[in-house]
Design a protein around this ligand. Structure first.
Ligand SMILES: [Zn+2]
Length: 315
């Protein structure tokens, strides 16, 4: 190779692949090393462990070719996955109810062998937390609790600018902390979890149980804006339960920022305000007064950006 061609090759700008595995779609994209999306797309999630792993390889090869055409060099691949993930080996070690058969998948090993690239894998809530911490609402804070409120409640904890995973990668699950003894059954098998009392289905139930009309999250927020007292009450109940869970987390962690995302948080400032109000009851002044409660900034892109950023993270 001529020296000029050689220099051109080594000087190529590096890019990353981010893959965000969900129960319905796999979102993926090419992301710059500072977290900007260069290209993004999605495919329906295929059924079965091998089919999903095969899809990851196809996505990576597709993006590698795309990068090459743009004169970019693919450096690493990051994957965010539901379930408990061993971030050291990239293996799915816990159940992920929305993706049957996924437990046991050797994501790290399979992709390393197939692509010869550096592969990083972590829990989807952890990578979302990382994205918001680096580029979103948590930027500038060294510690934070990042919560996504949707059909489930996922969360990630950043302490001293690093993801806190727990000794066995099973930590940071605010959704499954119990806030009501012998309360409503949760999908995890326990009762009275934050998820059972504050996620989408509970929220809709608080509205539906008081009126024959029933609607989705957006409908309830629209009704609240129009002055529907029952809708406002449903928002207040769901927000109060979430605040109860967050209150205990504040006592334990004393983070600088709480970032809340997902379908319900997107409903508006009224929800966040109700969470802040609730915290006055559930957290002592010393850990509550200076905490900043914000809505998430990166929306649906947080998963793939965070997955890509994970490859730059040393742990
Ligand atoms: Zn639970």
């Amino acid at each position: 190779m001529e020296r000029a061609a050689y220099l051109h090759a080594v000087m190529k700008k590096s890019v990353l692949v981010g893959i965000d595995l969900g129960g319905t779609f796999i979102k993926f994209g090419l992301v710059s090393t500072n977290g900007q999306i260069i290209f993004k797309s999605s495919v329906p999630t295929p059924k079965g462990r091998q089919a999903i792993l095969g899809e990851f390889v196809l996505i990576t090869e597709f993006l590698r070719q795309m990068a090459q055409k743009q004169g970019l060099r693919l450096q690493a691949v990051g994957v965010g996955s539901p379930g408990i993930v061993n971030a050291d080996t990239g293996k799915i070690i816990g159940r992920s109810p929305n993706i049957p058969g996924w437990q046991g998948a050797e994501v790290g090993k399979t992709l390393t062998k197939a692509t010869r690239l550096k592969i990083s894998v972590d829990n989807d809530a952890n990578v979302m937390a990382l994205a918001e911490h680096r580029l979103g609402s948590g930027k500038g804070f060294s510690s934070g609790l990042y919560i996504t409120v949707g059909t489930g409640i996922g969360s990630g904890i950043i302490l001293d600018n690093r993801i806190w995973r727990g000794a066995h990668f099973a930590g940071a699950e605010i959704g499954h902390t119990i806030i009501e003894k012998n309360g409503k059954p949760c999908k995890c098998g326990k009762c009275g979890c934050v998820e059972a009392l504050a996620a989408t289905s509970a929220f809709i139930e608080y509205y539906g149980s008081k009126t024959p009309e029933s609607g989705g999250v957006k409908y309830i927020f629209d009704r609240a804006k129009k002055g529907d007292a029952k809708a406002r009450q449903a928002i207040a109940i769901a927000a109060d339960y979430l605040a109860c869970g967050i209150g205990s987390a504040l006592e334990l962690l004393n983070p600088e920022v709480i970032v809340i995302g997902g379908g319900i948080a997107a409903g508006g400032a009224g929800y966040l305000q109700a969470v802040r109000q609730g915290l006055k009851k559930y957290a002592s002044a010393s850990c509550r007064q200076r905490v900043v409660v914000k809505s998430a900034k990166l929306g649906n892109d947080a998963g793939l950006i965070g997955a890509a950023m994970l490859t730059q993270d040393t742990h």
